[in-house]
Design a protein around this ligand. Structure first.
Ligand SMILES: Nc1ncnc2c1ncn2[C@@H]1O[C@H](COP(=O)(O)OP(=O)(O)OP(=O)(O)O)[C@@H](O)[C@H]1O
Ligand SMILES: [Mg+2]
Length: 308
């Protein structure tokens, strides 16, 4: 079987070049002897089958096995992407079902339950398009599933609005249903058409924290991002939000969970509980669309991908 090639998003301003955000990765891949092709990310996002075909027109016919390294795609768009590639003999090594399982919290939560903060979710019932906020009854039921009291955070199936922490992310007390409704309502409003899947409430846990950018005002959880291929860690580094942080997570309990999930290429973000009692999985992601921290040595990761 030929070595997998890697697909990167093209620069919207210069479609023959990789998007500037991924240019260093594409260059490193070439230096390592790998092959890349470019796809049109904007065209993949429309959801139209003709656009998906056009998005992959620069990928050679009969290319064989493929990985993607690029911007996030909604799971339905990833399925269209895989279909358009298959029609020209390209085989994404992460299936659409595998992508959804790693990318969306309800897809991985069952496997990681107990190792990740308890979570409850409310499907929005449509795929973006400015979903309505959940009603008070649905929120009350979700709060009850989390035990009814204590602090929590709000996100959708994929992303939070951690930069609007007090307004649209952090809930100081779940028992205050009016406050839960305000934070969730603001979150849904700000996500707008980009709301992925539905609203998730997660019990807040106290992690080790460090000042962001050396500042003193805001302190964020110190997270390690671990990259897994076929159940083995191929890169352990900081979270891209704090690329210079030194992290040494314990992986012992996590690797068996990653193997159970069964997706070939995933990331896990890990944080240490402030009471020193261990490491928690903050979230799981598809390795193809997880951001790499600036300045990290990704040669081992890319070498593993093209040898897979
Ligand atoms: N259950 C929790 N308890 C405490 N802090 C949390 C919890 N969940 C998330 N956080 C904090 O909020 C941040 C954002 O949450 P999360 O990583 O789930 O969202 P995100 O928007 O997907 O982030 P990313 O940039 O990693 O993709 C985390 O980095 C962590 O600092
Ligand atoms: Mg995160």
């Amino acid at each position: 079987m030929p070595s997998p090639a890697i697909l990167f998003p093209a620069d919207p301003l210069n479609p023959r070049r990789p998007d500037p955000h991924f240019a260093w990765e594409a260059r490193l891949l070439r230096d390592l002897g790998g092959v890349h092709h470019l796809v049109d990310h904007d065209a993949l996002l429309t959801g139209d089958a003709d656009d998906a075909r056009g998005a992959v027109r620069r990928v050679p016919e009969g290319v064989g096995p493929l990985w993607y390294r690029g911007w996030m795609l909604p799971s339905a768009r990833y399925a269209g992407f895989a279909g358009a590639l298959a029609a020209r003999g390209g085989n994404l090594l992460t299936s659409p079902a595998g992508y959804a399982a790693a990318h969306e919290l309800p897809g991985w939560y069952g496997v990681f339950e107990g190792a990740t903060p308890p979570s409850a979710w409310i499907p929005s019932g449509n795929d973006g398009d400015g979903a309505a906020a959940p009603g008070p009854r649905e929120l009350e039921a979700a709060v009850a599933r989390l035990g009814g009291s204590g602090p929590a955070i709000v996100k959708d199936y994929v992303k939070s609005r951690k930069h609007e922490w007090h307004e649209a992310c952090y809930v100081p007390e779940l028992a205050d249903l009016a406050a839960v409704g305000r934070v969730v309502g603001r979150f849904v409003e700000l996500q707008g058409e980009f709301l992925a899947g539905g609203v998730v409430l997660r019990r807040f846990e106290e992690f080790d924290r460090a000042a962001v950018n050396g500042g003193e005002v805001e302190k964020r959880a110190v997270e390690a991002r671990v990259w897994w291929l076929d159940g083995r860690p191929i890169l352990v580094g900081p979270h891209p939000d704090a690329p210079h942080q030194v992290v040494e997570p314990q992986l012992a309990g996590v690797s068996s969970l990653v193997r159970t999930l069964g997706c070939r290429f995933v990331t896990t973000d890990l944080a240490r509980l402030a009471d020193g009692s261990g490491w928690r999985v903050v979230e799981v992601g598809d390795g193809q669309v997880s951001d790499l921290p600036r300045g990290i040595d990704a040669s081992g990761l890319l070498t593993s991908l093209i040898a897979a």
